[in-house]
Design a protein around this ligand. Structure first.
Ligand code: HEM
Length: 535
């Protein structure tokens, strides 16, 4: 039953202005010329009744929306996703149906830098895709490396405060690396592998056409029969991976902050469309969230493709630049909670907090709960609900309906928990029995095994680049205690030779050769060859 929908086959068409050849109007549609203000004589005072220029300046005063609290620096493009086949054995997600093509928008970003910063600086890069599917919008909100710094969302504000500018000074102590960050990394040993990824050549990709996207978390496919299969997702660049060396990155950053968006824009404008294949690793859902002894709900851990070869489900092509930077890449809002029927979540304590955080921050950033109704965010699937009102509500809610369901001609509620077959309508998944004692639990994790294997698999030149990056970063940490603790308590537990090379470069004390039992245990042998380095 149509409740609030204005049907729009292409939700962007209705939003177009300045299509060329039109006389200027105000926002109220009145023709006027705002280039010269209304004055009492050619050299006289301005008049308050110059409502046209008043509106223009007033609008300008309000032009800025708050930047994203993380991933503020970004850009993106439209494209299509094509499913290679019928994956209904795995999921009822309609965008993975046989031969299904969906429109998409992908936004690439940099986590730490604020808007206006450099896209070439060393950082984790975001890779977020909105799939405008016939069964609703599905957001794939990932990063360019497959693990993460922490494994509990409770630590996310602390992580970000530690890596953004320092609260008192507004700049990092030491000029370019943060004492607060390395203090955080010393205490959060679970992030050792992720930090090494970022300090390797992977942390300075040449451009976004040559990066992967990684879902990081494990997710859940559900097919029409209610069967659940766990999966991790990846975007694999058809162009392969390319990194800069640090000297190039700093030079490019100095000369052109926007090197990466220029590269993407110009390639798309020239008809050279970048493509990524959509890969998934599958894991049986036996209720333990473990696979071959590896924890599937710890996002600091990756599962090598050698151990679990991925399946290729489809391909994304980016082929259309945005029309307006503010209205599209800036105003788009992604959320890992935006899933369609057939895809759901697992009890990963990082993911669970993300499911709340993005919807919340979207309301803040758009200063309204109606951000998902902006053209770039709006679903092409019908929207029918009673979430009426709020700042800038663009929908026309018909009739007096207030509740779901009601008897006054409004929305018809979807069926409740279907006791007949025991599945939930939202995900189609059979109810999960959850049984545990309430508590604040520390997460179990393998802090150093993956980092040790990653280090060991780097070529000699890539090892040297990584040592140089640790020296640069730690060398700029102003607190000698933090420096030494990172070397002794983290690097030396990964590899004594690495720790000594870094220590030597920054004048720190050389760590002992045997730093304890963790130097000898390698609980997870990871060979991360699925993202080869190619500077
Ligand atoms: C952006 C929160 C972890 C990927 C954001 C934003 C917030 C946020 C508030 C800004 C969104 C906006 O203003 O539209 C969090 C929290 C996390 C977390 C609370 C942990 C609990 C992660 C992880 C990944 C990730 C693990 C990667 C798998 C992204 C990306 C964006 C983003 C790609 C940019 C989206 C865009 O282009 O608009 N995050 N995040 N985040 N986050 Fe996270």
């Amino acid at each position: 039953h149509a409740q609030a929908q204005i049907p729009k086959p292409n939700q962007l068409q209705d939003a177009r202005v300045n299509t060329g050849g039109h006389v200027e109007t105000t926002d109220t549609g009145v023709e006027d010329n705002s280039a010269n203000s209304l004055r009492a004589g050619p050299r006289g005072y301005n008049l308050l009744e110059d409502t046209t220029v008043r509106k223009k300046i007033f609008h300008f005063d309000h032009e800025r929306a708050p930047e994203r609290v993380v991933h503020a620096l970004g850009h993106g493009a439209y494209g299509t996703f094509e499913s290679y086949g019928d994956w209904s054995n795995l999921t009822s997600a309609c965008w993975l149906g046989a031969g299904t093509k969906s429109d998409v928008f992908t936004r690439f970003s940099v986590v730490v830098a604020s808007n206006g910063g450099s896209e070439s600086g060393r950082d984790t890069h975001g890779f977020a895709t909105k799939i405008y599917s016939q069964c609703g919008n599905h957001d794939l909100v990932g990063n360019h490396v497959p693990s993460f710094f922490i494994n509990d969302g409770a630590d996310f504000p602390d992580l970000i405060h530690a890596v953004k500018f320092e609260a008192d000074k507004g700049f990092p102590t030491g000029g370019s690396a943060h004492t607060t960050a390395y203090d955080f990394f010393t205490q959060h040993t679970e992030g050792t592998f992720q930090l090494m990824n970022v300090l390797s050549d992977l942390g300075i990709p040449r451009d976004v056409r040559h990066i992967s996207g990684n879902g990081v978390h494990t997710f859940r496919f559900i097919n029409a029969a209610g069967k659940s299969t766990l999966f991790k997702w990846y975007w694999k660049p058809m162009l392969g991976h390319r990194a800069l060396v640090y000297d190039e990155a700093t030079k490019i950053a100095g000369k052109n902050n926007n090197f990466q968006r220029v590269d993407l824009y110009n390639n798309i404008a020239a008809g050279i469309y970048p493509e990524w294949e959509f890969l998934v690793q599958l894991f049986p859902d036996d209720g333990t969230y473990m696979w071959n002894g590896i924890d599937l709900v710890d996002p600091t851990i990756v599962i090598p493709f050698e151990m679990n070869p991925p399946m290729t489900l489809g391909k994304m092509t980016l082929n259309k630049n945005p029309t307006n930077f503010f209205a599209e890449p800036e105003s788009i809002s992604f959320a890992p909670s935006n899933v369609v029927k057939g895809i759901s979540f697992v009890p990963d304590p990082l993911l669970q907090w993300r499911l709340m955080s993005y919807d919340d921050t979207a309301s803040h950033r758009h200063n309204s709960p109606n951000g998902y109704l902006l053209p770039v965010n709006k679903a092409i699937a019908p929207i029918n609900n009673n979430y009426r009102d709020g700042y800038m509500q663009p929908l026309l809610f018909e009739g007096a309906s207030t509740s779901s369901p009601d008897n006054v001609g409004g929305v018809i509620g979807a069926s409740l928990n279907n006791t007949a077959n025991g599945t939930l309508p939202y995900t189609g998944i059979p109810p999960e029995i959850v049984d545990g004692a309430i508590g604040r639990y520390p997460n179990l994790h393998d802090s150093f095994g993956q980092a040790r294997t990653f280090w060991a698999t780097l070529d000699k030149y890539a090892q040297q680049h990584t040592v140089d990056a640790y020296r640069f970063e730690l060398g700029h940490v102003s607190d000698a205690g933090v420096q030494q603790r990172y070397i002794d308590n983290i690097l030396n537990k990964v590899d004594n030779c690495l720790a000594r090379r870094v220590a030597m470069g920054i004048g720190a004390s050389l760590p002992a050769i045997d730093s304890g039992p963790s130097n000898k245990t390698n609980t997870t042998a990871i060979v991360p060859s699925f993202y080869p380095l190619a500077p």
